[in-house]
Each structure stands twice: as structure tokens, then as C-alpha cells.
Design a protein around this ligand. Structure first.
Ligand code: IMP
Length: 423
């Protein structure tokens, strides 16, 4: 099967965008299957970093078709702005981007609800991206959501909004329904050619042996079922999300590449067992440029967590790992890897606790590795790496018992060591 799923191993921001971009050089189609504008991928295009929030990173390869699957929640306004931005940078989007008719739409009121919930006294503070993701998925599962296909006719959209506000939120008077309906039908009309039945399109293309990349947003530990609940997003970045978010059956997923940084990061609230000690974290964050692509928030940084990554391997049936940002560890004297969690004084070797209370109490058990001084940014040949850098990622292979097929040493496509043929 000519299909590859690219999945984040921990809390997102693993550098999936670059890996997708790399693979899409030889892919026919790249598909996003969950999430919305909460995601942020910065891809270097002609030397310029371009942040994408909704459009799959494959858009920078002119032969690749990009699909936003039914599992996504789409902010149509910002999607449209993203299309205009890409076009202004000389990227041809029309005819190469398709949006699922079944995808749900995030409206400004979802964003408002998201902000209100986060700010409400006594509410759980999750540190969301304020993009309306939770409220939009809530509506989807409460069966009051509005899908792209429902917006093709203005009257139909207006009627749905009427019923939404009167029966669900009870806040009908606060919103100008006619105005929202008019605004959004205009955008949908602008996007007319982009909107298709992506389920039949994708299955037809896969059956025709086309190369397809499934691109996750966020990561396994932000998955609403398997992540560090409630400090998670509201969708399934994990492997099952590929099927429900695209309509492609599990036996059509050929290979799963798990993307993990050579260290760990986390944005937002929630337990993070391997977080660096204070004095070390700030300078590291600056050097590694660990700030959110969507919100600009500083990311919390920590050591590689082999327990979290191992758990994620199991859930996703990972075939091999893409290890990113190895260059950011240059100059670190001793590099630690968390190989077990100590919970209540006992080593819980491979188990990842299902509750945040236990995870907050865990004490990481570390193995230490000698670092290297050399700047390895841009190295694309394994033999040119310092001995300790090779030792480090080979030790990760041993600990995780999995092949690292790609090592990334910088943001550019060419800053990559390809250790195994992917296609
Ligand atoms: P939401 O997805 O905006 O509802 O946010 C829920 C949690 O997921 C928060 O902790 C966010 O910081 C986190 N999150 C959402 N999207 C991303 C992402 O693309 N990278 C990293 N964290 C994310």
C-alpha cells in the first residue's frame, strides 16, 4: 500500500510539517484528518518560513494535491486567508486543494465560547489555543454542528443557525444570524471548486495506487482518548483518527511514521514529567526557538521521554521514527533520556499512567549520554555527525526497539539524513 501516516509522538510540535513536506516531494496527495487552526506548521519555502494552520504542508510541492478531511473542523475565513497568503507567495492552490463536504465549520461564536470557558472562574484551565476547537467538536458530537455541505445554500444555513441558537445556546439575540449566514455563504461560494466529497476521492485515488500521506495535527498525548486528559485537544491525532477523519479503512494504511523531537516540548497546561530544570530551560528554548507557531507562546522544554514515546508507538502501531531537531542538542554537555517512570517509589517501566494525578507524581528515571559541541545544523550524511550524536540516536533506537528512519538536523528539506527508503 502506497500510504504513510505521519503522527506526532508526544504533545505536538514535533516537526511533522517538515517530514510531510519531505515525503510529499514524491507523494500524490497529502491529507489532514483532524484538528483545525489550533495546529501550526512552519515550512521553509524558498528560504522563507511560512506558517500554515489548516492547509497541509504538502501544498509547497506543486504536483501534490492536498485534502482537508471530514475529521477536521474548519475556520473557513482563516482558511481563505491562508489560500490568499500562499497565492501571494507564488504558490498555486486552486485545483490542488480539496475540502471535505462533511467537515464541520468553526464559527466566531465557537472562539468566543472557547475563551469564555477558559476565563470562567472555577473552570479547568486547559491553556487552549482559543481557536474554538473544543466548542466546535462539542457541537459535532451533540449533533448540532454545521458542516461545509450545509452551507452551500444561504437559506439552509440561516435556518440551521436559527435552530442552533434557539435550541442549543439560547443566545439567539446576541448574534446577527442573517449577517453570519451572508458572510459565510459568500466565502463558501468563493471556495466552491475546493469543496468535494473527499471520501470517494481518496478511496478512488488509493485504489489507483496513488501515494498518499496522512498528516496529523498535534500529537498522541494530546489525543482526546489516549492523551493526558483533560489537558488534550478535542480530536484523535492517533491512528484511528486517520480512518474516522478521512473515510479510509485501516487496511489501506501502509506505514506509520512517528515523529519525535530529540528532546520533548509541551505547550499549554498539564503534567510534563521530563521538563528541564528552570535555569536550563529558558536559554535552551531561545536557542531551539521553541515558541508556538499558532499562539507564539513559549513551549515548555524537557528531555526525551522514552516512556511517552513507547506508549505512543504501541497505540499507533508505529513502523519507524523520524527524529527531529537533533541539531538543537549541540552544546549540551550531558543529555538525559527518561527510560522509566517512578510512581510512588516504584519503577513503572513501560506503562504510561491514564490519569494526570499519577503522571504529575511520576519521577523520571534517566539514562545519561555524553553530548557534542559541534554545530550539526544541515548535516545530511550520518557519517558526518559527531560520534556522540550517532551514539545518542542509536541508543534511542535500542531503548525504543525501533528503527529511526529519518534524522532531521535543520528546518530545510535538505537538512535531513534519510536512513531508510520510505516510498
Ligand atoms: P485546543 O486544541 O485549542 O482546544 O487546545 C487544547 C490543548 O492542546 C492545549 O494545551 C493546547 O496548547 C494544545 N494544542 C493544540 N494544538 C496544538 C499544537 O498544534 N501543538 C501543540 N499543542 C497544541
Amino acid at each position: 500500500m502506497n500510504t504513510v501516516a505521519i503522527i506526532g509522538m508526544l504533545w505536538g510540535d514535533e516537526g511533522k510539517g517538515k517530514i510531510v513536506d519531505l515525503l510529499s516531494e514524491q507523494a500524490n496527495i497529502v491529507v489532514r484528518y483532524q484538528g483545525g487552526t489550533n495546529a501550526g506548521h512552519t515550512v521553509c519555502f524558498k528560504g522563507k518560513p511560512l506558517p500554515l494552520h489548516m492547509i497541509p504542508s504538502g501544498i509547497f510541492n506543486e504536483k501534490t494535491v492536498c485534502v482537508i478531511g471530514n475529521g477536521c473542523v474548519i475556520n473557513l475565513k482563516s482558511l481563505y486567508e491562508e489560500i490568499l497568503l500562499l497565492e501571494s507567495e507564488g504558490v498555486d492552490v486552486r485545483g490542488r486543494l480539496f475540502i471535505s463536504k462533511r467537515a464541520h465549520v468553526t464559527f466566531p461564536f465557537h472562539i468566543e465560547i472557547d475563551k469564555n470557558i477558559e476565563k470562567k472562574k472555577g473552570s479547568r484551565k486547559l491553556g487552549t489555543t482559543f481557536k474554538g476547537i473544543g466548542p466546535c467538536y462539542t457541537d459535532k458530537f451533540a449533533r448540532v454542528g454545521i458542516r461545509v455541505v450545509d452551507m452551500l445554500q444561504r437559506e439552509e444555513l440561516e435556518a440551521l443557525l436559527e435552530s442552533y441558537f434557539s435550541t442549543f445556546t439560547g443566545r439567539k439575540d446576541e448574534f446577527d444570524i442573517k449577517c453570519i449566514a451572508e458572510d459565510y455563504t459568500k466565502i463558501v461560494q468563493e471556495l466552491g471548486d475546493y469543496i468535494i466529497d473527499t471520501v470517494s476521492f481518496l478511496n478512488r485515488e488509493i485504489d489507483g495506487n496513488k501515494r498518499v500521506v496522512f498528516e496529523s495535527a498535534q500529537g498522541t498525548l494530546l489525543d482526546v482518548d489516549f492523551g493526558t486528559y483533560p489537558y488534550v485537544t478535542s480530536s484523535n491525532p492517533t491512528i484511528g483518527g486517520v480512518c474516522t477523519g478521512t473515510g479510509v479503512a485501516s487496511n489501506k494504511i501502509g506505514r506509520v511514521i512517528g515523529v519525535a523531537k530529540a528532546y520533548s516540548t509541551r505547550v499549554g497546561k498539564g503534567p510534563f514529567p521530563t521538563q528541564f530544570e528552570e535555569g536550563f530551560e529558558e536559554p535552551f528554548r531561545k536557542k531551539a526557538k521553541e515558541y508556538g507557531a499558532t499562539t507564539g507562546r513559549p513551549r515548555r522544554c524537557g528531555w526525551f521521554d522514552a516512556v511517552g514515546v513507547g506508549y505512543s508507538q504501541m497505540i499507533n502501531g508505529v513502523s519507524s521514527i523520524a527524529l527531529t531537531k537533533l541539531d538543537c542538542l549541540s552544546g549540551v554537555d550531558k543529555i538525559k533520556v527518561c527510560v522509566a517512570y517512578k510512581i510512588n517509589g516504584k519503577n513503572g517501566k513501560a506503562s504510561f499512567p491514564p490519569d494526570t494525578a499519577s503522571l504529575s507524581r511520576t519521577k523520571p528515571v534517566y539514562e545519561k549520554f555524553d553530548g557534542w559541541e559541534e554545530d550539526i545544523r544541515g548535516v545530511n550524511n550520518e557519517k558526518a555527525l559527531p560520534r556522540n550524536a550517532i551514539k545518542y540516536f542509536k541508543a534511542l533506537e535500542d531503548i525504543l526497539r525501533i528503527k529511526i528512519s529519518i534524522v532531521s538536523t535543520g528546518p530545510d528539506r535538505k537538512d535531513t539524513i534519510l536512513r531508510e527508503k520510505i516510498w
